[in-house]
Design a binder for this molecule. Structure first.
Ligand SMILES: [Zn+2]
Ligand SMILES: [Zn+2]
Length: 366
């Protein structure tokens, strides 16, 4: 029996040595709805641009930029005196692999990415989609989603949560796997190698959170207000993992408190729980109602809300995780606390998510 297991394990390793790397496709600059983008090479490597029938090269360190813009709902590439109309543009290293490049929305933002790029025209916007290594995406999400003073164990907790989400949480977009907004997972450019977010990602490399031996997309919020919620308690549908309401010592002792005044009409929307809160936030702006944990009373024409917590309060509480880490808690202890009945599992490097679900892997429970 043992020999059979060993053989199976050997075959699994051999079969997967050629497997494609774990990658995720992320639609970036979601916040900016760009109609124009510029693309430049980094100082180290050339970037090869491909349209349907032409190839151009952006030389390393060159200030030359390729401009991609929308004209009459089609994509135009403007580079080196050529203007081409094309359904999409691809950018990669000379060997077709991932490459470093700088992507800019003129007058708004520039970010350095590492991956391969596909840019398309969609609904009057340029949609840049970057296929990047899973661990690069995890480090970028940890950097974007965490406070700069978060201790390493809290960052490692966030890294496991981010990785698990990338592995199990796709399917909400047509052209790519994830956007770079809180709708999926907030993501900026990859952090420097020596940054705490990158260190936390390396130290948890390949670790994902599972329930009944399958990875799931763990939810998290900034602060729970004293105890975490289940999806049902805030009007959301349940997922594969049955969330539990767990106490959160730090938020219980010193909750993040807030007050807001809303019109009666807007306040009425809140009756549906989290969907109502998001509807109000869409209407009045981000953070119009910080959480769904509040009391309300009429004050003249308006409704006064007095609440605690930030976000939906389901799953990991980032504020509570930070406090646990500051008291010496490990990332395993933090995950165990906020996600009861789960186990950590070590992905074998090189196993793509689709295969991961269909084969037995050596497990590392914690
Ligand atoms: Zn999304
Ligand atoms: Zn909390």
């Amino acid at each position: 029996m043992l020999a059979r297991v060993a053989l199976l394990l050997f075959l699994t390793l051999v079969c997967n040595s050629q497997a494609i790397a774990q990658e995720v496709r992320i639609g970036v600059f979601g916040l900016f709805h760009p109609r124009q983008l510029t693309l430049q090479a980094s100082r180290k490597e050339a970037v090869v641009l491909q349209t349907a029938n032409q190839t151009f090269v952006l030389e390393p360190g060159s200030p030359a930029a390729a401009t991609l813009r929308i004209s009459d709902d089609a994509l135009l590439l403007d580079f080196d005196g050529h203007v081409l109309r094309t359904p999409e543009i691809r950018a990669a290293a000379r060997n077709g692999a991932a490459v470093s490049f700088l992507l800019t929305v003129p007058g708004r933002i520039s970010r350095a990415y590492h991956g391969t790029l596909v840019a398309k025209a969609s609904r009057g916007e340029v949609v840049p989609i970057i296929t990047m290594d899973l661990e690069t995406a995890v480090a970028s999400a940890v950097a974007a989603e965490s406070d700069s003073d978060a201790p390493l164990e809290a960052l490692k907790t966030q890294a496991v949560v981010a990785r698990s989400y990338f592995l199990a949480g796709g399917g909400r977009h047509r052209d790519f796997d994830f956007c770079d907004l809180t709708h999926c997972q907030f993501l900026r450019e990859p952090p420097p190698q020596e940054s705490p977010a990158a260190v936390a990602t390396r130290e948890t490399r390949g670790l994902v959170l599972t329930f009944e031996q399958k990875p799931f997309a763990p939810m998290f919020s900034r602060s729970c207000g004293g105890h975490t919620h289940t999806p049902a308690s805030v009007g959301l549908p349940g997922g594969r993992y049955p969330y539990f309401s767990v106490s959160c010592e730090f938020c219980h002792k010193s909750p993040y408190r807030w007050t807001r005044k809303l019109s009666s009409q807007d306040a009425a929307l809140l009756a549906t729980g989290e969907p109502g809160r998001l509807a109000v936030d869409r209407r009045l702006g981000w953070n119009a109602v910080p959480s769904n944990n509040f009391t309300s009373h009429q004050e003249g024409e308006q409704v006064l809300l007095e609440g605690v917590g930030q976000g939906h309060g389901i799953g990991l509480c980032q504020r509570g995780a930070k406090a646990m880490a500051e008291k010496g808690g490990s990332f395993q202890q933090i995950l165990n606390h906020y996600f009861p009945n789960t186990a950590l599992i070590q992905l074998h490097p090189g196993i793509a998510p689709a295969r991961f679900r269909s084969i037995d892997l050596p497990e590392r429970r914690m």
